[in-house]
Design a protein around this ligand. Structure first.
Ligand SMILES: C[S@@+](CC[C@H](N)C(=O)[O-])C[C@H]1O[C@@H](n2cnc3c(N)ncnc32)[C@H](O)[C@@H]1O
Length: 279
């Protein structure tokens, strides 16, 4: 835990402007979620994205949409089939998911959370559009800080199911750090009668035909965010074992190739996985 608390990950926050702009471009959010910085970074990366698409058949935005839409689909199923009424989205950035789901499900309680700077920005954004209310709120959290999750979960109803999401977060951290977070998260989730954790994850798929290009892409993401972007686990079995060690009783590893969510057909093996774990 001491390594986790010493670390600082604020350098990651600018990446939320890029993904926020991608969700906007694909009609998943309102203009309020798109920032000039996000638009600028998107423009800067356009030649690289074009090269990856034309040269190697890797579509960066398609990859992002795969994870985003599959997370949406799993959240929808949890709400409609398992009666989930409280959702916590950690590292929410400029994602419109909280807004979209609160509009669609008026009884849902949705807590968005991010590092303090990003949380302030998101709160202002939602507040200025008149979208914040008792059901939809934004809080500060730092997954690397002691007691931060405990404080975030303090106001939740422990007699009701809960669902926690992280998107675009876990591969910014080395394995011991992210597994430390998952262990604390699983311990917190055990206080609820039913708890689900949804996340995307980029495994280290060495056998993928575009593995070399993927490593270049990952290197670019690392440089742009002034950090590292380590890939974790070789296969689904390793992922399930890791989640079990962290305290999750059941884990599913979902491949977007088998859950297209209305996206154009995928022509080669996918690089991202969506994990659904429960305690
Ligand atoms: C790539 S963005 C993803 C944003 C959003 N989930 C999306 O998919 O559009 C990564 C997010 O992680 C947040 N983040 C980075 N370090 C964090 C930490 N220690 N605790 C909580 N959030 C963190 C950043 O502020 C940023 O909003």
């Amino acid at each position: 835990m001491s390594d986790r608390s010493r670390a600082d990950s604020a350098h990651i926050s600018p990446s939320a402007h890029y993904t926020g702009y991608v969700w906007y471009r694909h009609h998943l959010s309102d203009a309020a979620f798109a920032t000039p910085f996000g638009r600028w970074v998107h423009g800067l990366l356009t030649p690289i994205a074009w090269g990856a698409r034309v040269g190697f058949g890797l579509d960066i935005e398609h990859l992002l949409l795969q994870r985003h839409l599959l997370l949406d689909a799993r959240l929808t199923a949890a709400i409609e089939e398992r009666g989930v009424r409280q959702v916590v989205e950690i590292a929410c950035g400029l994602s419109p998911r909280g807004r979209r789901f609160c509009q669609r499900y008026p009884e849902l309680r949705y807590l968005e959370a991010d590092l303090p700077g990003m949380a302030v920005r998101k709160r202002l954004l939602l507040h200025s559009e008149g979208w914040l209310n008792g059901r939809h709120q934004v809080r500060s959290v730092d997954i690397l800080a002691e007691q931060s999750l405990e404080a975030l979960f303090a106001g939740l109803d422990r007699t009701e199911p809960v669902l926690v999401i992280t998107e675009g977060l876990v591969n910014y951290f080395e394995r011991p750090v992210i597994e430390g977070f998952w262990t604390v998260l699983a311990a917190q989730l055990k206080a609820f009668p039913q708890a689900t954790y949804l996340t995307d994850l980029y495994p280290d798929l060495k056998e993928h035909p575009r593995y070399r290009q993927l490593r270049w892409g990952v290197d670019i993401v690392g440089r742009l965010t002034r950090g590292n972007y380590p890939l974790h686990y070789r296969n689904a079995g390793e992922i399930v074992e890791a989640f079990a060690r962290c305290g999750f009783a059941r884990t599913q590893v979902l491949d977007p190739a088998l859950h297209s969510q209305g996206l154009p057909p995928i022509t080669q093996a996918t690089l991202v996985r969506v994990i659904e774990a429960s305690t």
